[in-house]
Design a protein around this ligand. Structure first.
Ligand code: CTP
Ligand code: MG
Length: 553
């Protein structure tokens, strides 16, 4: 037990955080923390999408009275929910109770006229609020934070935690997407959907990836899927009589070309008419063609794809895994932050491990515990009912969607033990001959010579970590071994706590710790060639990381 006096001597920021966290009111409800959401993924997505459709994004004057602001907007109907945030200016997200209120507000909104430039008229739900008379309004609004904590604050929080389990849970709490950030992500998709609807009126733009799979960190990108199934399926309505009607359409030689053509026009549209969409890049020759852009007002880096339903299904699978046991997300966040801190991951594509691969590795590791903490995908398939049956592009994507049908694990291992064992496990994994496979939950022989082979759970002939180079994998293994070693030095670390030194999780999130020297000495046996190669690689990725660090929010 650490003395309670330490709390009094801790820096103001931490003390304030601790006090704030004690208060039940005003604390951010994440929906994941206290209660396990038992909602199906599709239910959750539909609810959030419907909320987003009743919501507007408003750029506000710097000084604004919250009461007057709400009174003004309530003329159009009752407001269900609102919050303010800052992102190179002050913004408000306002969710009305009824969708009609949005139309009423838009009806009273004009297109700006400018002296030097010409506005392209486009009636979106992204508005600007101007003060008619430049009265000096009192600004006393509370801002919702859309950013993760600074390294300094995080280090303080971790050092004052009671145990490593406490540290991992603190990390999760600080980095997970807040309720407001999640709302902003769904709203951004909804705003993009309005633009894409100019071409495809029945389209749906759905978020996928870490924004919705329970593993998203504040600041992560926003993956969007342009779903045209409604447009396609409208023709399947049954009619009586001996005729059936089909739309006259343009034909192209392949699904890939259709995807490229669709994304190309949507990309143009976002670039020319999308309010707040900047830096639009069409990356149409990638394996999975996409349009990448920045949504300035929300601050999200967005990747828009179409014909990518399997990725949405794997997000649903991860959502289930993240929801089943509270240890899963804490461990994944710990590993994601650890990997980021050591530049094992980067927001720039390259030969490094991705967060998606790391999450798969954690899931696989938890399936390998005894008793298992997570079920295999094959066992989730056996629990499926008729409603869950699903085949996408010839791939079997059947698994149980109803969370209450999955039996909780009897495993009671602590997070501390699991983190140490994770590093031990992958520090000694036979990557040269084995692949990782969450469908069966056991290692299999690698089908090819890729350094890291993680089978795609649905497109089973694909390796999700095909991009990873041997030297990046070696860096991961070295760091896993080193972190396992650092965490074993429990006694030394407990002593260092009294000197305000980082301990436990904080110690392995730091790039260098003096007492690692003895571990490093042991590693000197490695061949000179390999060391030089790793050094070059790490210098290269550090440079990239520094660059991305400044670019990431
Ligand atoms: N995906 C996939 N196969 C890959 C890469 C990605 O199926 N080789 C899918 C996964 O469903 C993944 C989603 O695409 O969740 C988005 O990819 P990405 O943005 O790279 O990963 P995230 O899980 O969103 O993680 P991050 O927070 O790093 O964005
Ligand atoms: Mg992503």
């Amino acid at each position: 037990q650490r003395p309670i006096l330490r709390l009094l001597s801790c820096p103001g920021t931490v003390a304030e955080d601790l006090r704030r966290d004690e208060q039940p009111s005003g604390s951010v409800e994440t929906g994941f923390e206290d209660k396990i959401p038992r909602k199906r993924f599709s239910e959750m997505q539909n609810e959030r999408r419907e909320q987003a459709q009743r919501t507007v994004l408003i750029r506000c004057p710097e000084k604004i009275s919250e009461n007057k602001f709400l009174k003004y907007l309530s003329q159009h109907g009752p407001i269900n929910n609102h919050f303010f945030y800052e992102s190179f200016g002050l913004y408000a997200v306002v969710e009305f109770c009824r969708k009609e209120s949005v139309g009423s507000l838009q009806n009273g909104t004009r297109t700006p006229s400018m002296a030097m430039e010409t506005a392209i008229p486009f009636r979106s739900r992204f508005l600007s609020l101007k003060l008619k008379n430049q009265t000096s309004e009192q600004s006393c609004i509370q801002l919702s934070d859309q950013l993760p904590p600074s390294n300094r604050k995080l280090c303080e929080l971790l050092c004052y935690a009671e145990s490593m389990d406490d540290q991992l849970n603190t990390l999760l709490k600080e980095f997970q997407l807040t309720e407001e950030n999640t709302k902003l992500r769904y709203l951004t998709c909804s705003l993009i959907e309005d633009i894409a609807a100019a071409y495809f009126p029945d389209c749906v733009v759905r978020p996928f990836g870490s924004s919705v799979n329970t593993f998203g960190k504040l600041g992560c990108d926003l993956d969007m899927f342009l779903d045209l199934d409604e447009t396609r399926n409208l023709s399947t309505h049954k009619t009586s009589g001996n005729f059936l009607t089909e739309f006259q359409v343009k034909n192209v030689p392949s699904e890939r070309i259709a995807t490229q053509k669709i994304l190309s026009v949507i990309g143009e549209c976002l670039d020319h008419f999308g309010p707040g969409c900047v830096g639009v890049q069409k990356i149409l020759n990638a394996r999975c063609p996409l349009v990448r852009f920045s949504h300035q007002a929300s601050g999200f880096q967005c990747d828009l794809t179409t014909n990518n339903r399997i990725a949405l299904t794997s997000s649903e699978l991860l959502y289930i895994y993240g929801t089943l046991d509270s240890r899963v997300r804490a461990l994944v966040f710990g590993i994601r932050c650890w990997a980021r801190a050591h530049s094992l991951t980067s927001s720039i594509p390259g030969a490094w491990i991705t967060n998606f691969s790391l999450t798969m590795m954690v899931i696989f590791f938890l399936q390998r515990r005894s008793p298992p903490i997570l079920p295999t995908l094959d066992s989730l398939k056996t629990l499926a009912d008729a409603e869950d049956k699903c085949t996408i592009e010839g791939n079997n994507c059947t698994f149980v969607r109803d969370l209450s049908r999955i039996k909780p694990s009897g495993n009671t291992e602590t997070l501390e033990l699991l983190l140490k064992e994770f590093f031990e496990y992958f520090g000694n994994f036979a990557f040269n001959k084995n692949s990782i496979n969450i469908r069966q939950g056991r290692e299999q022989n690698k089908p090819d010579s890729s350094p890291l082979y993680i089978q795609n759970p649905f497109e089973t002939s694909l390796n999700i970590s095909k991009n990873v180079s041997q030297s990046q994998l070696q860096k991961f293994v070295d760091l896993a071994q080193e972190s396992a070693w650092v965490l074993q030095q429990k006694d030394t670390d407990r002593l260092s706590v009294s000197n305000n030194q980082p301990w436990g999780l904080a110690a392995i999130l730091l790039p260098t710790v003096p007492n690692r020297r003895s571990f490093t000495k042991k590693k000197r046996k490695r061949s000179a060639n390999e060391s030089v190669r790793n050094l070059l690689e790490s210098l290269k990725s550090n440079r990239t990381a520094n660059f991305t660090e400044t670019n990431e929010k």
